[in-house]
Design a protein around this ligand. Structure first.
Ligand code: F6R
Length: 364
């Protein structure tokens, strides 16, 4: 049942190329994204005033990627919320807005409550759900199913990748509907996304290096993940994955925010993982890595192939193939998942079933 892999998590990490391919292929028609299956028209996409993306945990991190990409390309305001906060903060939602809920299981209590709240305010709800016929799918106005297949490991991996892939299709289509990109550019971006499954496969070549780096993390008391922009969203996901299965405390920080408090935690030997794939932000993030290095941190960079760092700044670099910046999260997540996996395995813990956690959180 584990298809020759030692754990479900590793199997599911390796299923990502196929999961993404199965999710996006039917939604690319004549080279353009096509989400009309759920009733989402170009006209509607053009007219939404504002989007809200609401989810929990890893699904919320996919939402953070969605916000960044939609705002950048479609120039539409997007708010991302943790469902348990959204439902109690009296958000300003109108019938002109679209609320997008993201959930692997489709049964998460807080996410479901967010959907009900959106309906109470008269907004339409689009859900991005993996489990067919789940409550959230049934109660939404529109559903875009992700096709990851069953995810058994408690730590979510392939569900995250397919959720992001849907966010990209949505961003590209919306950017086109709003006239911010022309048909050629929309086709170019969509073609890049379609190449992603093969490039994820290639990214798996970093597995050995990730295992090696993990061997250096098993004795850590605590570590930091830092990044900017899309790399910050991925830092959050990397940190969550590591802590939930390896029980090593970690925090993710927007790199520029470090000097407002957190950097005082850094002492000799503390591992800091710098996620640094975004070209425009590279220099800024590197300067933050230099700051922690000079305070004794053990520095690990997750970066594009061929990224050069000054002597002595990075102890270990994990390279992933270089792609369009906006699509890098689809690749960056691979080493982050593998580090969480191998650190946990090397500590001898139960990777697929961490303590205190359930696969589906159906109570508040
Ligand atoms: C982390 C993880 C959780 C889920 C969260 C939402 O690895 O699995 O953070 O992402 O509980 O679950 P769904 O997507 O089922 O709503």
């Amino acid at each position: 049942e584990k298809g020759g892999y030692e754990h479900f998590m590793l199997k599911e990490i390796h299923e990502q190329p196929n999961a993404v391919k199965t999710t996006i292929t039917p939604r690319i028609v004549n080279g353009m994204p096509d989400l009309s299956e759920c009733g989402l028209t170009l006209e509607a996409l053009k007219n939404y005033r504002k989007l809200f993306i609401v989810a929990c945990g890893t699904a919320m991190h996919a939402g953070m990627v969605g916000k960044y990409v939609i705002e950048k390309l479609a120039r539409t305001e997007v708010t991302v919320d943790i469902a348990s906060e959204f439902r109690y903060r009296d958000p300003i939602i109108t019938p002109e807005d679209l609320v997008i809920v993201v959930s692997q299981s489709g049964e998460t209590a807080d996410t479901k409550a967010a959907l009900h709240l959106a309906h109470d305010k008269g907004a339409k709800v689009l859900s991005v759900v993996n489990v067919k016929g789940s409550s959230i799918a049934r109660e939404s106005d529109m559903v875009l199913y992700t096709h990851a297949g069953p995810e058994i490991s408690v730590a979510s991996t392939k569900a995250f990748s397919v959720q992001m892939s849907v966010m990209y299709l949505l961003a590209f289509e919306m950017a086109y509907a709003k006239g911010h990109i022309d048909e050629n550019e929309c086709k170019r971006l969509t073609a890049k996304l379609a190449e992603i499954p093969d490039i994820i496969e290639k990214t798996m070549e970093c597995e050995k290096k990730c295992k090696y780096v993990s061997s250096k993390l098993i004795t850590a008391q605590s570590l930091l993940y830092i990044g900017r922009g899309l790399d910050y969203a991925l830092s959050m996901e990397g940190s969550l994955k590591l802590k939930e299965i390896s029980y090593i405390h970690s925090e993710s920080y927007a790199a520029g925010e470090l000097k407002h408090g957190t950097i005082s935690l850094v002492e000799d030997g503390m591992p800091v993982i710098g996620v640094a794939t975004q070209t425009e932000l590279l220099e800024k993030t590197v300067s933050n890595i230099v700051e922690v290095k000079s305070r004794g941190a053990f520095t690990i960079a997750v970066c594009k192939e061929g990224t050069e760092f000054s002597e002595g700044v990075i102890d270990e670099a994990i390279e992933v193939p270089a792609m369009e910046d906006v699509l890098m999260p689809m690749l960056t997540v691979i080493p982050l998942q593998l580090i969480a996996y191998y650190t946990t395995v090397l500590k001898g813990l139960n990777v697929d079933k961490p303590r205190n956690l359930a696969k589906s959180v159906t109570v508040e």
